[in-house]
Write a protein that binds this ligand. Structure first.
Ligand code: THU
Length: 139
């Protein structure tokens, strides 16, 4: 994807990560989601004492955007690591978040996983979720 857009998304993910609510895992994740229209929605993980209720950063961003009427998406940047420290590893999206990307992004959706503004990897969703199950499968 275009360099300037990618930089904006990574900066958005790193910023959102600072707002993570992760009192149980202490693993802070931020995401920045680019809509088809060019807007950016940020998300962070939001945990719960009933662990299964927790929501990942990526889904927080998607659900915010969808609830505001957005329906088409180009790309997402994700950054994660232990809170209070810069990311050490690439925080690849979990399987449930990949499935949400399949639903709302599709095969050409771009996923940028960043440790910092300079250190990132970029994939098409199809690479992260091959043979994905989507709406087309049940027509
Ligand atoms: N987490 C995310 O926010 N995104 C992912 O794709 C993987 C995991 C969060 C969930 C939980 O709050 C913490 O990271 C540890 O699993």
């Amino acid at each position: 994807m275009e360099k300037q857009r990618r930089e904006e998304l990574i900066a958005g993910a790193l910023e959102a990560r600072e707002r993570a609510y992760a009192p149980y895992s202490h693993y802070a994740v931020g995401a920045a989601l680019l809509t088809a229209e060019g807007e950016i929605y940020q998300g962070c993980n939001v945990e719960n004492a009933s662990y299964g209720v927790s929501c990942c950063a990526e889904r927080t961003a998607f659900f915010k955007a969808v609830s505001e009427g957005r329906r088409q998406f180009q790309a997402i940047a994700v950054a994660g690591g232990m809170e209070g420290c810069a990311p050490v590893d690439y925080a690849y999206p979990c399987g449930i978040c990949r499935q949400v990307m399949q639903e709302l992004g599709g095969a050409d959706f771009i996923v940028v996983v960043a440790k910092s503004r300079e250190d990132f990897v970029e994939y098409r969703l199809e690479e992260l979720l091959p043979f994905g199950f989507g709406g087309e499968s049940i027509k």
